[in-house]
Design a protein around this ligand. Structure first.
Ligand SMILES: Nc1ncnc2c1ncn2[C@@H]1O[C@H](COP(=O)(O)OP(=O)(O)O)[C@@H](O)[C@H]1O
Ligand SMILES: [Mg+2]
Length: 286
């Protein structure tokens, strides 16, 4: 396994850069030990690690959902994020996709997608019917994820995979340059999980939006990642191409449970890893 340099190389094309970023929760749990890394524009990064490793903590720190106890985050075009206005600007350009997609079931699909536009309107404006521009952007986002024909259906009438597509469309409606996806396929069956990752990967490739997605399945990371960031115990323990995920690296990420974590050869079924997750310990906070 490679040891991590204290400061990741600062590439000019970096979209986002952490320098010694650290997260400590109120009860003293170190969610993220000092971490330095950079994400390039258009990169498809997979955060890989078992439950409780710190994947959600790292993802949430990237858009300020958890505050840093130390270190900094810098973003292309904004600089080091310090003022509230810096964070607002960064969040506007950062779409989030969640495991439980968090759609409002009684609203139409399009209405859900349009909530992705709210950051661009004032609060009172968002209470009024969406502008034609916003509707066009929302419909384009639905088209991109193959869900245009469902625009006027209630969100709770859709399957889990379809709801996740809508969750991705909502993030795209923000016209982001960075997409953060926290275990977006953990609640889906293996075949649907693959299709959702294909969709995210295609969006990354076609639009140049950088994607940071957390997964716990090694086979899916191998299949889709341009780069794998392995996390264990709140630390980045691996940061390299997926081809370099060998048995020793996997033991470093998953400990003795490495074989259980889906370390089967590339292309193997995602079933085992998904079933394993179902029996694994839950993180303290969702
Ligand atoms: N709000 C919180 N308060 C205290 N500890 C937390 C909180 N959220 C997460 N943790 C702890 O931080 C560590 C990393 O959790 P998390 O980032 O959720 O891991 P993962 O997403 O990889 O499952 C775990 O030990 C977890 O219990
Ligand atoms: Mg998590």
């Amino acid at each position: 396994m490679r040891s991590m340099p204290t400061h990741a190389p600062l590439k000019d094309e970096s979209l986002l850069r952490l320098a010694d970023a650290t997260v400590v929760y109120a009860d003293g749990t170190v969610g993220l030990a000092p971490t330095s890394l950079a994400v390039a524009a258009g990169e498809f990064c997979v955060l890989l690690g078992p439950s409780g490793a710190g994947k959600s903590t790292l993802l949430r720190s990237l858009n300020g959902l958890v505050p840093l106890a130390g270190g900094t985050i810098s973003v292309q075009g904004i600089g080091t994020l310090t003022r509230a206005s810096d964070w607002r600007a960064h969040r506007r350009g950062t779409g989030m996709v969640f495991q439980q997609h968090q759609l409002i079931g009684r609203l139409t699909v399009l209405r859900n997608v349009l909530t992705g536009r709210i950051a661009f309107s004032s609060t009172w404006r968002s209470l009024w019917p969406a502008s034609l521009d916003d509707r066009r952007i929302g419909l384009q986002a639905l088209e991109r994820v193959g869900m245009l024909e469902t625009a006027l259906r209630r969100a709770d009438q859709l399957s889990g995979g379809q709801q996740q597509r809508v969750g991705i469309a909502r993030a795209l409606a923000q016209q982001p340059r960075l997409l953060l996806a926290d275990e977006p396929v953990a609640s889906l069956d293996p075949a649907t999980a693959v299709r959702i990752l294909q969709l995210l990967h295609g969006i990354c490739r076609d639009t140049g939006i950088a994607v940071v997605v957390s997964l716990h399945q090694v086979d899916l990371a191998r299949r889709f990642a341009d780069r794998v960031i392995g996390i264990a115990g709140g630390r980045v323990v691996f940061d390299d191409a997926p081809q370099r995920l060998d048995a020793a690296v996997l033991r470093g990420i998953y400990g003795a449970g490495a074989e259980m974590a889906g370390s089967a050869p590339a292309g193997a079924s995602a079933n085992e890893a998904i079933e394993h997750e179902g029996t694994g310990p839950l993180p303290a906070a969702a």
